[in-house]
Each structure stands twice: as C-alpha cells, then as structure tokens.
Design a protein around this ligand. Structure first.
Ligand code: NAD
Length: 482
C-alpha cells in the first residue's frame, strides 16, 4: 500500500492550556506524529499559551519531556525539527497579560486555529479576548474539549458564549471517540456496501449492545467525577455519539451537516427511558484498591461509576429493536465495542440439534480497533453437517500491511480535520443540546427519588441487575474482555 498522507495548508495553532495534562498526553504527541508523517507543512507554527511563566526555549524543553514520555520511540532528529516549530506565550485568560504578544505572533494568510484545552469556565474569556485583540478572523477555527456543559442549561450558556464570538461553522466540539478509525470504518461499511444496509433495521437486527468498559477507577479526579458520574461523563457524549452513528439514516452525502442532521434525528427519536431500564452502580473496595466512595472522598456519594440502560428508538427503522448501553470504571477489562446481533434465520434446515446460530457484527474500538462478522459455516471434516460460527475479520489488517498498525490516533485525525476545515467528526451545538435534553430528566428522576447505586465488585461486569436487564429479555451481554 502506498502511504497517502496529504499535507494540510500552513497554519498557526495556539494551544490554550498548552502546559496542561491533555496537551502533554494527547495534543502535542498527536501533532508530533503528524509532523513525522509529513502532514504538517514545514512552516506551520504551534504556540503554547498558558499561565506558566515560560519562554519559547522553556516550552520546547517541556514538550521534549512530554514526547519522551508519551512517544518513547520518537527519533531525536524528528524531535529537534518538531520543537523548532514551537513557541510559547504566557497569557492570562482573565487579564491582559500576554495578549498583545500573542497577537503579534499570528501570521497573515495562514489558517488560524485556537485549541481551548482549558476548563470550560475560561471559554468565554478566551473567545472574547481573541476578538478584542484581533486574532479571530472569518477563517479561524476554535476547538473545545469536553465536558460541554453538565446539563442543558449550562450547555446552552456555553454555546451562546461561543456563537457570540464565532460562527457555528468555526466551532469544533471534540469527542475523540469520533476520531477513531473504526468509527469511520463503521460508516464506510454501512454506506459503502450494498450488503449491510438492507439488513440494518428491526426486521433483521435483534438488538445492539454498546459497551465502554474501563479498568481504572476515578482515582485522582474523584472530586470532579463525583459531581458528574457515568451518565454525564460517558453516556451523554461518547456512547450517544456511537449510538447515533450506528442508528442514523444514510445521509445524502458525506458532508458535515448532512451527517450531523441525521445524528440529531436519532437523539430526537429516543424514547423516554423507564427507571427499571436503568441500572446504576458504584465499585466496591478490594484489598488493594479503594471503593468508589473512598476515591471520591464522599462516604455518602450517590454518584454512579457504572450505568447500564435499555433504550428504544421510535422510528420506522428501529421500533422494536432494543439498544443496550453500559459503561463503567473498575470493570473486568478495558474494552469498548459495539455489537450488532442479527436475528436467527427464519427456519433452520439443519435440525434442532444444531442449535441457533446468529450473525454478529462486532466493532471494537478499544483496546484494539477492528471489526469482525460472525458467520455460520460447516465445521470442516467428516462427521455430517455440523454448524460452526467463525469470525470473518473485516479489518483487513493483512491486506493493509504495516500501515494498518500505524493507524493514527483519534487526536491526530481530529486536529488535522480542524486544519482542513472539516467538521464531520465534531459535534454540532444543537446535537449537544439535544443529548442533554434527553439526559437531564433521567438524572433529575433518580435524584428526586434518591436512587442509591448498587455496589459491584471491582474486576466484575458491573452489578447483577445489569445482567438481569438483558436476561429478562432472554438476551445476554457479551463478555467484557480485551
Ligand atoms: P490541566 O489542569 O492539566 O491544565 C490546564 C491548563 O490551563 C494549564 O496549561 C494552565 O496553565 C491553563 N490555565 C488555567 N487557567 C488559566 C488562565 N486563567 N489563563 C490561561 N491559562 C490557564 O487540565 P487538562 O487535564 O489538560 O484539561 C484541559 C481541558 O481538557 C479541560 O476542559 C478538561 O476537562 C478537558 N479534557 C481533559 C482530558 C485529559 O485527559 N486531561 C480529557 C478530556 C478532556
């Protein structure tokens, strides 16, 4: 396979919060990898902007350290060349300090992108100052991180702040799940083949499972997490986005607004969820690890570190096909997957002793990205007609060769999409608001009845009731495994 790296146009990228954890772990390593891949033009500039009192050289040393930690295979000449593109300006988002200097660094005639890798409380100040100091023009882009609000009201307020300063077409709300190769592959498989789309409905799909399981606890960010919980932290954004991509109608073209219009329709068609279709949990302690309540430093916390739910979508395609979602911390394995379980063949010609066989499409996002389709075949060899389900590997890892192992990280793709001006994989303001409008009443309902999350064992698949959610429908979750 020939590598198809298409360089982007030259740009000035300012990372507000350029000394923060996200910049160190994700944003700067992603930019470095794109630089090494030859996608970043030689004259592109990256400017860190944060509170720390650093100069250009100090920031370059900081970035070298970050790369040594997060891109351990980085080669010295590449690192030297990359840090040459970096600069730093200390700025105070809430004051005047540093802004004139930052404005001076911006070049004319190149794309300007401003990555707000800071707490959402600073978005308004930053957007305002970018205008005040003449840095934002009609072609600038602004990138914002999650969390995008904590309810509909705060999300609306954030949207108002952003659209007060930038046009919606300039705003890039990141959900890094959308940058995953397999998520895009899902769209290619659905809309690039004639094979799947005719079966992609309640007539042929028995149910769909979406699991995002983590082994880590809330650890160091327990205080923040305790105010949020799995519903706000994971379901409202990541799981909802995956659900939209799986369930949406084919857009008329692969264009940002056409895709996002279809996703929005899915959220708007979600049924209200009965409270007995939601299971909330909190992990218990082990001899080596603390309980959720200890991690959150809140002995009376009612916040969920696990949630499972059964959803329905009221439209012609999906009425009658349940969607089961679950996500949690301190589970058995780190694994994110979407599983499409097709219905049984209407009639088996092979006899009852051959049991039931189902086609299952598994889209795995973590830890490895890939797609498999379980198909039923004859067990090879003598002994009559015995049926066997075997996975058909649809990732074509072998066909793609070594390139398949160098799939860009989600942040690499998303940052390059920002520079290219492609919003397809970013959430639109109305999508985020619709997701909160669906989430808010569920949270309000369990708060009103003081719902207490059920304890679950660290290293398990979550509370018993989450298993029951499926069992009582005659179904079962896929095992959580890496
Ligand atoms: P952090 O606390 O590590 O870094 C915050 C950065 O903001 C620092 O560079 C700091 O100097 C800068 N800053 C703070 N106040 C400022 C001010 N008044 N003026 C100018 N700069 C200021 O935070 P983080 O973990 O890097 O997270 C950044 C954002 O990304 C947050 O909104 C967070 O929710 C989001 N996020 C983080 C992660 C992650 O893995 N760290 C993941 C997803 C989303």
């Amino acid at each position: 396979m020939v590598s198809r790296v298409i360089p982007v146009d030259s740009f000035d990228l300012v990372i507000f919060g350029g000394t923060g954890d996200l910049a160190r772990r994700k944003i700067l390593p992603a930019l470095f990898r794109r630089f090494v891949a030859g996608q970043m033009p030689e004259d592109a500039r990256i400017v860190g902007a944060a509170r720390s009192d650093l100069d250009d050289e100090g920031y370059r040393a900081f970035v070298r350290e970050a790369l040594a930690e997060f891109v351990p295979k980085a080669e010295a000449p590449d690192v030297d060349a990359f840090v040459g593109a970096l600069g730093y300006v200390p700025v105070d988002a809430r004051g005047t300090n540093g802004w004139e200097e930052l404005a001076k660094r911006m070049r004319d005639g190149v794309i300007r992108a401003f990555y707000l890798s800071v707490g959402p409380g600073l978005f308004g100040d930053l957007a305002e100052r970018l205008h005040q100091y003449g840095m934002a023009d009609a072609d600038s882009r602004i990138v914002v991180e999650k969390p995008f609000g904590r309810d509909l009201e705060s999300a609306k307020a954030l949207n108002e702040v952003l659209v007060g300063a930038f046009d919606e077409s300039q705003i890039y709300r990141i959900d890094h799940y959308l940058g995953k190769e397999t998520v895009q592959n899902l769209m290619a498989v659905r809309f690039g083949n004639v094979l799947f789309e005719p079966l992609w409905n309640s007539q042929y799909v028995d149910h769909i499972q979406i699991t995002v399981a983590e082994t880590v606890g809330v650890g160091g960010r327990g205080g923040y997490y305790d105010k949020s919980g799995a519903m706000r932290d994971m379901v409202q954004n990541h799981l909802m986005q995956l659900l939209c991509l799986i369930a949406m109608e084919p857009p008329s073209k692969f264009d940002p607004d056409a895709v996002r219009d279809e996703k929005l329709k899915v959220i708007r068609a979600l049924d209200p969820v009965a409270h007995h279709h939601i299971v909330r949990g909190q992990y218990s302690e082990t001899k080596d690890t603390a309980s959720y309540r200890e991690d959150a430093e809140n002995p009376r916390s009612f916040t969920e570190s696990f949630i499972a739910m059964k959803l329905g979508i009221s439209n012609w395609r999906w009425a009658g096909t349940p969607f089961y979602l679950r996500t949690g911390k301190r589970l058995r394995a780190r694994s994110s997957e979407i599983v499409v379980v097709f219905k049984d063949a209407p009639h088996s010609i092979f006899g009852a002793d051959q049991g039931t066989h189902r086609n299952v499409l598994t889209i795995q996002l973590q830890p490895n990205e890939g797609m498999t389709l379980d198909v039923t075949i004859k067990e090879p060899g003598p002994g009559g007609m015995r049926l066997l389900d075997v996975p058909l590997d649809m990732t074509f890892a072998e066909a793609l060769g070594p390139e398949a192992e160098e799939v860009p990280d989600a942040y690499e793709r998303l940052i390059m999409d920002v520079i290219r001006g492609n919003q397809t994989l970013f959430m639109r303001g109305d999508e985020v608001e619709a997701a909160w409008a669906w989430t808010d009443p569920l949270i309000a309902a369990w708060q009103a009845r003081n719902d207490v999350p059920q304890p679950y064992d660290t290293g398990s698949s979550g509370p018993e009731d989450a298993l029951m959610l499926m069992h009582r429908d005659g179904r079962r979750w896929r095992d959580i495994r890496e």
